[in-house]
Design a protein around this ligand. Structure first.
Ligand SMILES: *Cc1c(COP(=O)(O)O)cnc(C)c1O
Length: 378
């Protein structure tokens, strides 16, 4: 079987949305005029309002990164002892707990949404457990009602890692009391759908938690001569806020173009036994992730990954390895028995999905997958 022609240049999974340079420079003019580079300046304030409006509920604070927001949230929630956490997430979710001296206790995930399974959480709660940390995966929401019920029974606080979730307000945050948990954090890293180069946010409906978050973000300082608690520097600079303001105005166009790419992928990848599109991918649009069942597909995910890489399609195994299998955590007793999450980590593959690519590119990627499925190898 002849090999199809590979891409001349590597096609990456994500590519940062870049605003027209003139838009960014116009905002930099304001920075120069105000001579304010950071410390919650005017652009920061504007972006904080705009991001909060897009999220549509609670109070939102901006941060220097999603990880900094996680650390601030864990401090604000006063987590200690152990916290039940999903293993199917980016390492930052687990690292933030461990860095603050809290033991991560892994629980398994739901086979459909790949988010933390409340039934598994219930079996992992210990006497020293103070919270639950769950990730909305590829934009698919956790079972927030299920987790809220368990948390209320066991007197735990719930932290959501919504790093993948900032895009579609109404659809993303349905009118459900439990949806934000106690705090939800977001990441605005350059690889995310909406970004500020580096940045993040934290949203809560509890005014006391919002106050503690803002303290944690700024060294715990409450007044010129008063430091009320332990805090770090989690502030977003004016230069990052300027990037965010100019990228935010492109977000709806970006989403529209991604909807077209998703439709092309869905059409090109139908009727392939053993391949499924993961929940969330078609709706919320932060990533386009497929799942490979090796028995039905006739090849492993890693073999497909190797074919795509050879064709210059830089697919990514995301999330892989499972956080429970990382060196700092693999020794934990809770790292062992996670069959659903471990299988997912072996089967998921993220395909290129960004507006730097055309619908024709997406159709070509899909045709490479079909070619591989029918036995083609580069
Ligand atoms: C990107 C990401 C983070 C880290 O966010 P940063 O802004 O890079 O610190 C945390 N959790 C998840 C699920 C992510 O995808």
């Amino acid at each position: 079987m002849n090999s199809p022609e590979r891409f001349a240049e590597p096609l990456y999974v994500s590519k940062p949305a870049l605003p027209p340079l003139a838009d960014y420079v116009a905002l930099l003019d304001e920075v120069w005029a105000s001579s304010t580079l950071t410390n919650l300046g005017p652009l920061h304030q504007r972006l904080e309002v705009a991001v909060g409006e897009r999220i549509g509920r609670g109070a939102t604070s901006l941060w220097s990164s999603g990880t900094a927001a996680l650390v601030g949230a864990i401090q604000a929630l006063r987590f200690q002892g152990s916290v039940v956490v999903t293993p199917f997430t980016f390492p930052a979710t687990v690292h933030a707990l461990a860095a603050l001296g809290i033991e991560p206790v892994f629980a398994d995930v739901d086979p459909e949404t790949l988010t933390l399974d409340p039934a598994s959480v219930a079996t992992r709660i210990r006497a020293d457990t103070t919270g639950v940390a769950a990730t909305h995966v590829y934009g698919a929401l956790c079972d927030t009602d299920g987790l809220a019920a368990i948390a209320s029974d066991a007197n735990l606080r719930v932290l959501y890692d919504g790093a993948h979730s900032f895009s579609r307000p109404g659809a993303l945050f349905p009118d459900r009391d439990s949806v934000l948990g106690d705090i939800t954090i977001f990441s605005f890293h350059a690889t995310k759908l909406f970004h500020t180069a580096e940045g993040g946010a934290a949203t809560t409906e509890d005014p006391e938690l919002d106050r503690r978050l803002r303290l944690a973000r700024n060294f715990g300082i409450t007044a010129e001569d008063r430091v009320e608690g332990v805090g770090l520097n989690g502030k977003m600079s004016e230069l990052h806020a300027a990037m965010g303001l100019s990228v935010l105005s492109l977000l709806d166009v970006e989403l529209e173009q991604r909807r077209v790419l998703a439709a092309v992928y869905l059409e090109g990848l139908t009727d392939l036994p053993g391949l499924s599109v993961v929940a969330g991918a078609g709706e919320n649009l932060p990533y386009f992730v497929v799942r490979i069942d090796p028995t039905e597909f006739g090849s492993t995910r890693d073999e497909l990954h190797a074919t795509l890489r050879a064709m210059n399609v830089m697919s990514r195994r995301y999330f892989f390895p499972l956080c429970a299998d990382l060196d700092p955590y693999r020794h934990l007793p809770s790292a062992r028995d996670l069959p659903v999450a471990r299988r997912a980590a072996d089967e998921v593959l993220a395909l290129p999905f960004h507006t730097g690519m055309s619908p024709v590119d997406a159709a070509r990627v899909a045709s490479f997958v079909r070619w591989h499925r029918s036995g083609g190898r580069p």
